[in-house]
Design a protein around this ligand. Structure first.
Ligand code: HSE
Length: 337
């Protein structure tokens, strides 16, 4: 039995709850995995039960009142840190929004959980972007696991592919389209829209982060690059080490020039001689050149050459499925120990 504390009950948190409701039987039958969500908290308050929360009721309460405190019909609830420090649980799942200034509140959740002996799964990129090397050190020191497979590629297992399927290989370099929002905007610009109209359209469809700068100015792609560089290339870097140019200054004329070259402008995150996020021309024949909100990454390895993975890089249910993947890994590692 794994007891879970869930931080954040937004799109990803709610989809995770739905996934547990629909998958609990086969997770047990196929993997012997039993999960119990004992606590959930967000910026407003919390709901908790050591016997396990009724996730149907929690989702209903959230939908009806927009406030999970109503689960208990009482005003005073434990705050997140009290819950992390005081509740018996094995895993903390961190789904609060990424921020690249101080990474809070996710950073405090993750650090306190690991200090209290909880394994952590984060889909929040902020803490990893600002402090990947020290968070890994803290996990090792406290003998807990820090898992983050949903931070790059959403449900598409980019991190696991590079780390596990390519083990024994030497990845020499990689380059990828790691931000779906900017890819959607650039795709629409290639189809004739201006940057402004394409941005407005992406906003209307709910793709753009609440702070649009995180997508448009390349912070999100840079955070993903930090995670890959540390975990796959063994570099000790943070977001300060990334040279970052967003797509704000990409003009219609840049797009036309690329089209004339049988290419497209894409926001590329690359790890080669340097760590760089910048708009670049990519040949339309290159498998990396995907359109819409898709993500893609090409790994260049010493012995097996180039491989490209393509998939949906975001979305509530997709990201929730990556959390399930991490939970299965944690369960496996716990049995091994
Ligand atoms: N804003 C991100 C994107 C969401 O557009 O790819 C997933 O990290």
């Amino acid at each position: 039995m794994l007891r879970i504390i869930l931080c954040g009950f937004g799109v990803v948190g709610q989809n995770f709850a739905k996934l547990l409701l629909s998958r609990s039987e086969d997770l047990y039958a196929l993997h012997g995995l039993k999960l119990r969500v004992v606590g959930v908290f967000d910026s407003k308050g919390s709901a908790a039960s050591s016997a396990g929360l009724d996730l149907n009721r929690l989702l209903e309460v959230k939908k009806k009142y927009g406030d999970i405190r109503k689960y208990h019909n009482k005003e005073k609830n434990a705050n997140g840190l009290e819950m992390i420090k005081g509740m018996d649980a094995e895993v903390l799942i961190e789904t609060t929004p990424s921020n690249y200034k101080d990474a809070e509140p996710g950073m405090s959740h993750i650090v306190n959980a690991m200090k209290n002996g909880l394994h952590v799964i984060t889909v929040n990129k902020g803490p990893l972007a600002l402090a990947f090397p020290s968070l890994i050190e803290l996990a090792t020191y406290n003998q807990v696991l820090l898992k983050f497979s949903g931070t790059v590629g959403g449900g598409t297992p980019i991190i696991d592919y590079a780390k596990n399927s390519l083990r024994g290989e030497r990845i020499v370099s990689f380059q990828g389209i790691l931000n779906g929002t900017t890819n959607y905007i650039l795709t629409n610009m290639a189809n004739g829209m201006t940057f402004k109209t394409a941005l407005a359209d992406a906003k209307k469809r709910g793709y753009v982060e609440a702070d649009e700068s995180l997508d448009i100015d390349g912070f999100d792609a840079a955070a993903k690059l930090v995670i890959l560089a540390n975990w796959i290339m063994d570099m000790k870097v943070t977001i300060k080490d990334i040279k970052r140019i967003g797509i704000r200054d990409v003009t219609t004329s840049d797009i036309k020039k690329a089209t004339a070259n049988n290419s497209a402008v894409k926001l590329i995150a690359s790890c080669n001689k340097e760590l760089l996020v910048a708009p670049q021309q990519i040949s339309l024949d290159d498998p990396l050149c995907v359109n819409g909100t898709l993500n893609a990454i090409t790994f260049n390895s010493e012995h097996s050459g180039q491989q490209t993975i393509i998939g949906r890089g975001a979305g509530g249910m997709e990201t929730a499925s990556s959390i399930l993947r991490d939970l299965l890994d944690i369960r496996q590692e716990m049995s091994r120990r």
